[in-house]
Design a protein around this ligand. Structure first.
Ligand code: SF4
Ligand SMILES: [Zn+2]
Length: 297
């Protein structure tokens, strides 16, 4: 008898949100009547649920039967409902926007049906810009879907809800979405891809414009042989009115360094056109910025 009771207890699944039948809204147990009167069902299998909340137990919905997809579906549906209600989402930093930004949308279509791709939400800005939203709970987006996003050049942001506490309340999840407190990342960002392409082309041009500079061996005042590249366009160092750079230390660490021919020549992009150099410099700063860019936290 005791073993049966323990087995029965173990079979009860706890989920934080459920579908309220009367208005088809996702709710947590504090938003409905206690017990069987809650009028809620599992959004996955439509089994009737029991709202449990008490002084000791964390509020949850009890699901009597095993239902492998219940947790994932309830988080998905709650998240989508919250985004729809808010009318905006926080976008993570990107190459073209280095701080999180707010995306206000005019329309929101859940699971927009399509032959090859079905984002969790498709948002449309007042200007008509489309943005796909994916909610990650347990299953990451597959390579096929990712390739399709890239092919269509449809920007897509993913919210990672895989680490949410399983006892989270609806209000807490809502405030995390509203405050941009959730982990988010770009699966594909059209503007970033365009910018990357532009930078790549400019850098390729700058590299083409790079010139071979002779390296001159000189004796330093301490009798050591040093290797100079004279007329360094970045004016790394000065000697008697002439700009130069040390071929081994300055050039090798320089953003415009493109290679060497033995120790006789250095290929220097510092002479490239100002426009190409600007892009080149931006690219190098950009890498630094991305490494230290703030997350939505
Ligand atoms: S590679 Fe850099 S440090 Fe060397 S000469 Fe060119 S601009 Fe100066
Ligand atoms: Zn279920």
């Amino acid at each position: 008898m005791l073993a049966t009771t323990i087995l029965a207890m173990a079979a009860v699944l706890r989920i934080p949100f459920a579908l309220r039948e009367s208005d088809q809204r996702m709710v947590d147990p504090t938003m409905v009547d206690r017990g069987r009167k809650c009028g809620c069902i599992c959004p996955e299998c439509h089994a009737r649920l029991v709202a449990r909340r008490g002084k000791i137990k964390v509020p949850h919905f009890a699901h009597a039967a095993a239902c492998p997809g219940a947790y994932e579906t309830c988080i998905h549906r709650a998240a989508k409902q919250i985004i729809e209600d808010l009318g905006f989402i926080w976008l993570p930093p990107s190459i073209t926007r280095v701080i999180p930004s707010r995306f206000q949308f005019a329309s929101c279509e859940p699971e927009k049906s399509d032959e090859q791709i079905r984002p969790d939400l498709t948002l449309r800005s007042p200007a008509g810009r489309e943005l796909a939203v994916e909610i990650l709970v347990t299953h990451e987006i597959g390579p096929g879907k990712l390739a399709e996003l890239q092919r269509r050049r449809l920007s897509c942001v993913e919210y990672d809800l895989s680490h949410l506490p399983r006892t989270i309340s609806y209000e807490t999840l809502k405030s995390q979405f509203a405050g941009g407190k959730l982990d988010a990342r770009w699966l594909y960002n059209r503007k970033d891809e365009e910018e990357k392409q532009k930078r790549k082309e400019a850098i390729a041009r700058a590299r083409q414009e790079a010139k071979w500079r002779w390296v001159t061996a000189r004796k330093s005042r301490y009798g050591v042989t040093v290797y100079h590249v004279d007329h360094c366009p970045l004016q790394k160092r000065w000697y008697r009115g002439h700009a130069f750079a040390y071929a081994d230390t300055d050039c090798q660490a320089c953003d415009y360094f493109c290679g060497t021919r033995g120790n006789r020549q250095v290929k220097c992009g510092g002479h490239a056109s100002p426009e190409a150099r600007q892009r080149w410099a931006e690219e190098n700063q950009l890498n630094l910025r991305l490494c230290s860019s703030p997350q939505l936290a």
